[in-house]
Design a protein around this ligand. Structure first.
Ligand SMILES: [Fe+2]
Length: 349
């Protein structure tokens, strides 16, 4: 019988290196466009200085990782108990398959299966699991479930794109990392995945090629691409997914995968640290089930706060609103130096 489990996780790439480091911050500090006063801890907020400490953030980075992993392990336990037929993961496409040749707002990836080698690029540092560069992972897809979901959405006027094979990369990092993190202890994770790509980066997708702009050569208004779908549209789409899946024969875990405000998208902070007050406001609304506040959030506010990737979470919250479910657990993991705040949340069946 149909049932839904809701989970919110992160796919933060900073969890994967053997040595955890504030990678984006270290890169920013090399940017010649960064004003001199922000180049050293003296110019940073107190919390940021404390996290950086006297080891360039190394100890904090490891502690941050362990805190996140402990929470993700709990989501894995819930997933195992729920025994889904497949999972649907809302994740951003960071210039992976959404490139110059086609950028939909949403794309349901109806793959039979996919092979990934996450450590194959020569510039990839040694990974936490000490897996070799040629280590491959085989993820099963769920073509029937993906086609069903895309069909019901299109019939209900959410004209999403779909794909039977990738255009460029086998799978975006949002999905690969979600699978790798949900199997952090490498006991195996044989649950089929329906990746549901969201064009979270919108105006900055092609211009930034899915990562950070440099302050030395910033994007102009003219370089901006058309926008991402609005938070309200993501919310309504998530609600429509929940309705469709409840009418299906399947048990499905709906998973939002992304960190919250990103330092490297928060221009008003010179890309040094994320917009924690904005994250806290949405987190409070999440805890209390005030989902109307989520739906009313304008895209401009999301962009101003570097919360672009949270559009994945707007899909999940729309689904949970439809099911009238508040979180049974929600943890806010705050940081300045590790690029983004993370939230891990569960919405039990
Ligand atoms: Fe991402």
């Amino acid at each position: 019988m149909a049932d839904i489990l809701g989970l919110g996780i992160t796919h933060y790439p900073g969890l994967t290196p053997l040595k955890a480091r504030p990678t984006s911050l270290l890169r920013l500090l090399q940017d010649t466009g960064l004003p001199e006063r922000y180049r050293t801890p003296e110019g940073w907020p107190e919390t940021m200085r404390r996290e950086w400490a006297d080891d360039a953030g190394a100890a904090f980075a490891e502690q941050h990782r362990q805190t996140i992993v402990a929470e993700i392990r709990k989501t894995r336990a819930l997933l195992d108990d729920f025994k889904p037929d497949f999972i649907v993961v809302w994740g951003d496409d960071q210039y992976e398959n959404f490139r110059e040749d086609a950028v939909p707002g949403f794309c349901v990836l109806a793959y039979d299966s996919v092979e990934v080698q996450p450590w194959a690029r020569p510039d990839t540092p040694p990974n936490y699991w000490k897996e070799p560069p040629d280590k491959g992972f085989h993820f099963r897809g769920h073509r029937d479930g993906a086609k069903y979901l895309a069909s019901r959405l299109i019939e209900r006027d959410f004209d999403v794109a779909y794909a039977y094979r990738p255009l460029h990369k086998p799978l975006g990092h949002a999905f690969t990392n979600s699978m790798l993190f949900l199997d952090w202890d490498r006991k195996g994770l044989d649950v089929p995945i329906v990746p549901f790509s969201v064009n979270c980066y919108g105006r900055r997708l092609i211009g930034m090629k899915g990562y950070m702009e440099t302050l030395a050569t910033p994007l102009n208004e003219r370089d901006f691409d058309p926008p991402s779908p609005s938070p309200a549209r993501c919310f309504d789409l998530g609600a429509a997914c929940a309705r469709a899946l409840l009418e299906s024969p399947w048990r499905v875990a709906l998973i939002a995968s992304s960190s919250w405000s990103h330092a490297f998208l928060t221009r008003k902070h010179w890309y040094l640290y994320p917009d924690t007050p904005a994250d806290r406001t949405l987190f409070t609304s999440l805890q209390t089930g005030d989902y109307a506040a989520w739906r009313a959030t304008p895209l401009a506010a999301v962009e101003d706060s570097g919360q672009q990737e949270m559009l994945n979470w707007f899909c999940l919250i729309g689904a949970m609103s439809e099911l009238k479910r508040k979180p049974d657990s929600a943890v806010f993991i705050e940081t300045c130096i590790m690029n983004s705040n993370k939230v891990i949340a569960t919405f039990g069946a």
